[in-house]
Design a protein around this ligand. Structure first.
Ligand SMILES: [Zn+2]
Length: 232
């Protein structure tokens, strides 16, 4: 039976070859999302293991955060950019879940993330959600949940208004743009909890700062951050 299944899979992949998200090469039967070579050479930051990583200074003087980490280095034109592009614009939400699960396994080995109680993904505005069909951060949260064995909540942090695309704005105008976009609901779910906020990429931290500002208003909440990629 397995032989037949394998033959069928091979047959399907002749006509619909699956390709590596990072390099575009055809995947072997036993590979998923990434070819072995890309999987072995992902540019990992290991920031989650460092006492003082560059990311720990991002929110200094802005908002209180326990720990900030990103899994991969993002650079213009590198493989991580291809991964993020597939995740956000090519409908490949499963790669977010795959990497989230992988990162969750790593975070469990970090002393800074062992006390995390639950995960909150950065929400997309409903209008953008309708356009994209899914929230990529939620798929990352799903993956983290699988390996960290803690729940994720999508109904605690909500987006309140539509913001323009942020890529071409300066840090100040980005902050002006995002500072009032988040609201909280059902806050008793995370009262007194250590919350892990997740997102796809961390650049200036303006969106994350706005989200943390709202979550910090909830009683005895502690916040840590984990993103798939960062530009630092
Ligand atoms: Zn590859």
């Amino acid at each position: 039976m397995n032989k037949i299944k394998q033959l069928l899979n091979n047959f399907v992949s002749i006509f619909y070859p699956r390709s590596c998200v990072a390099c575009g090469n055809a995947l072997m039967q036993n590979e998923s999302h990434f070819c072995l070579s890309c999987l072995m050479h992902l540019p990992e930051t290991n920031y989650h293991l460092m006492e003082n990583s560059p990311l720990d200074y991002i929110f200094m003087g802005r908002v209180p955060v326990e720990k900030v980490a990103s899994m991969l280095f993002y650079k213009k034109g590198n493989k991580v950019q291809h991964i993020l592009h597939a995740l956000k614009y090519k409908g490949d939400k499963e790669v977010g879940c795959f990497l989230g699960e992988m990162y969750g396994r790593q975070l469990l080995k970090s002393p800074y993330y062992q006390s995390v109680d639950c995960i909150v993904p950065i929400p997309l505005h409903p209008k953008k959600l309708r356009m994209r069909g899914y929230n990529q951060s939620e798929w990352i949260a799903m993956g983290l949940t699988r390996s960290m064995n803690i729940p994720y909540f999508t109904d605690v942090l909500l987006r309140s208004e539509f913001t323009e695309t942020q890529t071409k704005k300066s840090r100040f105008s980005r902050w002006e743009n995002v500072k009032s976009v988040f609201v909280t609901a059902d806050t008793e779910k995370i009262t007194g909890k250590h919350v892990l906020i997740c997102d796809d990429v961390l650049t200036t931290g303006a969106t994350m700062e706005a989200a943390i500002t709202q979550l910090e208003k909830i009683e005895r909440v502690r916040v840590s951050v984990a993103t798939l990629a960062c530009a630092h």
